[in-house]
Ligand binder design. Structure first.
Ligand SMILES: N[C@@H](CCC[C@H](N)C(=O)O)C(=O)O
Length: 277
């Protein structure tokens, strides 16, 4: 494959290689993606984001984890793709096709991007989890962790509300929970601590990418779970490891909205050597 231009972007430190396949076909296999994701020999990313044409939207956005697997949603990556599209053609709103979902993005006057992420799926079969249950509090017994909540934002999330985030060994328990038989499609594992009536601190072990500095869909899942448990009302600031925050809102029965920054770090070219199959 010939050299391929890319954008290196991030949302609160959750970082992406973004490729534009709207005018040239870009097909990367899992091996190529893992090579590009390698932070020593490649470029490094948590997710690769591919923008392509859509018949029913301004663009189609797809996401791939650093282990080469596909992700059905990515909040921070969606804002980054929207930022590129807004830079190219400033306008009030964009419609983005992400899997089955049609998302809407808006660039605010302060430069942040607001995305309507669609409705959370809350049935146990939709998360999915292996055991029929109420996903507000799921019967997963794991060490001394409390029972998690389950949510799909187009991708699976388990959210554990803990008293003290510093006491959770995320790098150890994250991979065990990601691949726990309770989550048949694996899952993104969030650990949330309530800091106030409108403030949640969140750390996420991401499926297929490991511990990341931020996770947009994870922030949506945490807010939805906190609302369902009566811990917050319909809005919260979610503070992430990368610094900064996402503002998430959700009213039961409606879509989740996520607002936050999207940064362009640099533009580059993926070498033919890196893209060799
Ligand atoms: N970083 C993302 C979520 C990425 C997807 C995830 N690892 C999966 O496999 O579902 C975000 O900002 O939402």
């Amino acid at each position: 494959m010939r050299a391929l231009p890319f954008y290196k972007m991030h949302g609160l430190g959750n970082d992406f290689v973004v490729v534009d396949a709207r005018h040239v076909p870009v097909e990367l296999d899992a091996g190529q993606m893992r090579r590009i994701a390698d932070r020593h020999r490649g470029v490094g990313f948590d997710q690769l984001v591919r923008i392509s044409q859509a018949l029913d939207a301004d663009a189609r956005i797809e996401f791939f984890n650093s282990d080469g697997t596909r992700a059905g949603a990515c909040g921070n990556g969606t804002r980054c793709a929207a930022r590129l599209l807004f830079d190219e053609c400033p306008g009030r709103t964009l419609r983005l096709r992400v899997g089955e979902r049609l998302l809407e993005a808006e660039r605010l006057a302060d430069g942040r991007i607001a995305v309507t992420m669609g409705e959370p799926l809350l049935d146990w079969r939709d998360v999915p989890v292996a055991v029929p249950c109420d996903t507000v509090e799921m019967p997963l017994d794991f060490e001394d962790l409390p029972h998690p909540a389950g949510v799909s934002m187009g991708n699976p999330h388990g959210v554990f509300f803990v008293e003290d985030l510093e006491r959770v060994e995320i790098a150890r328990v994250g991979p065990l929970l990601e691949r726990h038989p309770f989550f048949p499609d694996r899952a993104n594992i969030g650990f949330a601590q309530l800091l106030g009536p409108e403030t949640i601190r969140l750390r996420v072990w991401e499926r297929g990418a490991g511990l990341t500095l931020a996770c947009g869909s994870g922030a949506c899942a945490a807010l939805v779970s906190a609302v369902r448990r009566g811990l917050v009302r319909e809005r919260a600031r979610v503070l992430l490891d990368g610094g900064g925050e996402l503002e998430i809102t959700w009213r039961p029965g409606g879509p989740v909205t996520m607002t936050g920054p999207a940064a362009l770090s640099f533009e580059g070219v993926l070498s033919a050597e890196l893209l060799d199959r």
